[in-house]
Write a protein that binds this ligand. Sequence first.
Ligand code: ADP
Length: 397
Amino acid sequence: MALALVLNSGSSSIKFQLVNPENSAIDEPYVSGLVEQIGEPNGRIVLKVEGEKYTLETPITDHSEGLNLAFDLMDQHNCGPSQLEITAVGHRVVHGGILFSAPELITDEIVEMIRDLIPLAPLHNPANVDGIDVARKILPDVPHVAVFDTGFFHSLPPAAALYAINKDVAAEHGIRRYGFHGTSHEFVSKRVVEILEKPTEDINTITFHLGNGASMAAVQGGRAVDTSMGMTPLAGLVMGTRSGDLDPGIVFHLSRTAGMSIDEIDNLLNKKSGVKGLSGVNDFRELREMIDNNDQDAWSAYNIYIHQLRRYLGSYMVALGRVDTIVFTAGVGENAQFVREDALAGLEMYGIEIDPERNALPNDGPRLISTDASKVKVFVIPTNEELAIARYAVKFA
Ligand code: ADP
């Protein structure tokens, strides 16, 4: 079995999966795991192999040690690089700036280019580069491939990509909409075209990626023409803990009137806002329970969340002119039928009609949830970013 190793390196963690690129989106990866608390005294590696879970608790100095220990642990359980045929390594890279529109075979030069993008993603790209450096040393003989979260949105037309701020300042500092979750929006928008068995050029799709982070995209004949995240993943929809769109004047007000520092505001808007900031919880299962108990804060959070989804939906319907399909994906989009129902309620006159029974089906694969009469076909399609990255990586093998 040829396998791809998929790595998602964060500042203090590394998520890894060994994926058979022939899998379907809902198949479990052969091996998955997490190295966490890198640089902290209480480091931990959790490994899952075909349903069995193994844990190693030990201080982990850096990414290099973390990945080496993870590989040792995999070897101990007969699923490591020395026993298995790993044909390629796919690296999730958050920011590709305007340099990268598609996955790239990693060379020293590509690593330097990703490093040059650090000012645009100071929290993410340094960790991505660390992960790449370490993995290339441990597995020097297989292709390493960078897959960018922003890549799919490289095609945004200028009117959707540019902000109306001074153009010299924007150019100097790389200020524009890059969009994120591109691998997922691309994966599900391609999948829906396959399901419909139509030429890609003929299908216009609106995708809802609703996880803890959330974004939407308008895809016209396979090309992304708009998306809700912006220069950073803070923009757009209301998310688990992020505010989404705000009047930028709020930042000045919090600084001048509330006396908050830039870091405090950053933390407030990224970690303590969104559904959690409004209701106290960010998991939609808990939110639903609170709503059922008529908790007013939960209701308020939910209504604001849905309102924002519909605001973007309306604008993408107009941007596309004709909508053929709508796709829901990620944790909330795949599982929370009430969110799908409320996001699309009352839009029959636009040709959008959900079938309640289809909408209530369990999440065990791609499924149509609109009525047969609905002009716009609405689908739930499970996303799998790791599988998408694995498939890109093996293309270079
Ligand atoms: P991310 O990758 O952004 O962390 P996911 O796509 O895994 O997020 O989505 C996680 C979120 O999905 C959870 O926070 C929760 O709100 C939601 N979720 C997961 N399972 C369910 C479920 N059965 N019903 C409702 N919401 C769910």
